[in-house]
Ligand binder design. Structure first.
Ligand SMILES: [Zn+2]
Length: 343
């Protein structure tokens, strides 16, 4: 890295000076400032992964999750192929543009007046997890992150930080974060097995996001949630495929961006923004976890519905026994084997 850490303004790439630009221009300028550092970080990560005997940095990351690169790539391509025709219709129906899709997608959904604390209690109660009301706390604050889970102590102090809930997307984020929190609060292990891997963590969050939607949303809201999930899954799969190729050909970033994002059949306002995406620098080789998570969650819900119909307390018991209780003692693939094959 070049020596950029000499002042806060340099550390944040002078973001303040970019305020007032249009969102696309902001991202272009930010990306321009970040690009060399992002590429340098990639080179360093690649080099360190190879020193440890792995073919590439993505291979190292996925190896640590018991996943194989080519299987992940196949899953991502399958999801895109399956979703694109549906997505084309959704893009038209909701008037989605490249900017809104790569942004917050709040156009899908509507304001839902909700008492989030009551709904969270209801979800916990239906799943037989009432006791978690004491272990999980929720702080709602107007802040930049949609949702975040801070794990202070497993299993008894797990905190959710959330933006105020004023649309369906944000409501689903609450259920997603609740899913992260539940998995940690129901981990019965000690020591290192109290920890988690990223694919497991996102899968557990998405499982509860789906189940909570079944418990609390009406039919119209649920339909919109399905639309949102398809759009987000496609966005994440696109981003992940772009990134996997980027690790192999970093010099071709713009062409690769256009190749993958161009497949949406909507106008890509700028390929120059690629380096501003935090998944290319602070969270590299992470975005695929959301696609894996959606795959695991959809099949788990199908499995539980078939096995226990709408007896959600049975769903809860099954989740504790098969997913949560033994924490990191078994990999996500091992846990999911009760439902199906993972990659
Ligand atoms: Zn998550």
């Amino acid at each position: 890295m070049r020596n950029r850490l000499d002042s806060w303004d340099n550390y944040t790439y002078g973001i303040k000076s970019l305020y007032g630009q249009s969102p696309v221009r902001f991202l272009q300028l930010l990306s321009e400032r970040m690009r060399e550092d992002v590429l340098e970080l990639m080179r360093k990560r690649q080099c360190l992964a190879r020193k440890q005997g792995h073919g590439s940095y993505p291979e190292l990351v996925l190896w640590s999750e018991d996943l194989r690169l080519e299987s992940v790539r196949t899953l991502l391509l399958d999801q895109i192929r399956k979703n694109l025709p549906v997505v084309t219709a959704l893009v038209k129906g909701y008037g989605i543009t490249w900017s809104s899709w790569t942004g917050d997608l709040v156009s899908v959904g509507y304001h839902s007046k909700m008492d989030y604390a009551r709904l969270v209690s209801l979800i916990l109660q239906r799943l037989g997890f009432d006791r978690l009301n004491a272990a999980i706390s929720i702080v709602v604050k107007d802040q930049p992150i949609a949702g975040y889970v801070g794990i202070l102590s497993v299993p008894d102090d797990v905190r959710i930080l959330l933006r105020p809930v004023n649309n369906l997307k944000q409501e689903l984020t609450l259920y997603h974060e609740l899913g992260h929190a539940i998995a940690h609060a129901l981990n019965k292990e000690k020591g290192i097995f109290k920890t988690w891997t990223s694919a497991y963590d996102e899968a557990m969050a998405t499982v509860i996001e789906r189940i909570a939607a079944l418990i609390v949303l009406d039919n119209a809201q649920e339909k919109r949630a399905q639309d949102l999930w398809i759009l987000e899954e496609t966005r994440c799969a696109t981003s992940a495929l772009f990134e996997l190729d980027l690790w192999e050909q970093p010099q071709a970033a713009k062409d690769l961006y256009l190749k993958y994002y161009g497949a949406w059949n909507i106008e890509v306002a700028s390929a120059d923004v690629w380096a501003a995406d935090s998944f290319r620098s602070i969270d590299p080789v992470y975005i695929q976890n959301y696609v894996i998570a959606a795959y695991v969650a959809d099949r788990t819900v199908e499995f539980l519905r078939h096995k226990y119909e709408d007896k959600f307390s049975e769903w809860g018991r099954w989740l504790v026994k098969n997913y949560y209780a033994d924490g990191r003692r078994r990999s996500l693939a091992d846990k999911f084997a009760a439902v199906g094959d993972l990659l």
